[in-house]
Ligand binder design. Sequence first.
Ligand code: AMP
Ligand code: ZN
Ligand code: ZN
Length: 322
Amino acid sequence: MAKCSLCGAPAVAEVRYARLRLCREHFLEFVERKVERAVREHHMIRRGEKVVAAISGGKDSATLAGVLARLRERLGFGLVLAHIDLGIGEYSVRSRRASERLADELGLPLLVLSVEELLGDGVPRLAMKARRPACSVCGIVKRYLLNALAIEARADRVATGHNADDIAAYALKAFLTQNLEDLRKQKPATPSIEGLAVSRVKPLYSVYEKESYLYALLRGLPFYHEECPHARLTSLDFHLKEMINKLESRHPGIKLQLVRGLARNADRYPGEDWEPVPCRHCGLISYGGECSFCRLTSRVKGEPLGGKVRGKIRSLIEGSHI
Ligand code: AMP
Ligand code: ZN
Ligand code: ZN
């Protein structure tokens, strides 16, 4: 049996790009150090700040919350979890349950926002009414609700569980389609814009998907291991991930080189042509005066619902201990 390169105990993982075999303890430490280094290097979280970790119920969210819960003492920040119940049938029921179990396990406060309760329809029905792909509607709704929640909770950061595989695939897609503004969006930390948008950080940006999976497993963190039923195995994103992993197996470390390089260079790619301004309906970030959430809800519900939704989130927060 292979042995840990550091202590000689039985190895549970091989990290080829670092030429290491690691036992359970050293693997956990390896991932935690990688995340801590990312957080410090990119100034993702400062002492005394309040962080909302967005958790979907999946493995990356479990690892994100698990590692941040360990780092928060040393780095001195506050941590709360937020889950969006998207209303996608059984998938959402199980994802929500996994998020609740994760919060219990880690002893962290959790705020759940239900799209059905806030808007009267779940994501699939909203998408059908809007005649748009479910994933694009889902993206708009998630981004808006997480930002609104962070603004109302007076949080300094929204942390997401995007891993190196997600970012590498996204970056290649942006290059292939020449949407170069999307490369800039892959920065590990974006700044807050006072009153409009809360800073977003990606502490797992250099953690490989399989490392994140193994971390959650070895720590015994609860997660729901299913893809969203709307995710298609024929999509470009899926093929790009496959391709990058094939490359990685022949050229260990290429994925890490891409995500770390992108983190350094993201600012050199073109940004949006428009300045962010407050949405005229809800006051949160928009490019051009109407945010995509208010535009979507106007179309589907007959009125822009950003303002009302912010009010509901505010009351939910006041009734919780977040
Ligand atoms: P995905 O776009 O599904 O790959 O998710 C990327 C990241 O977005 C996750 O790691 C979470 O941090 C966040 N996220 C995705 N879905 C949800 C959700 N339903 N509730 C809260 N955060 C989510
Ligand atoms: Zn060891
Ligand atoms: Zn709006």
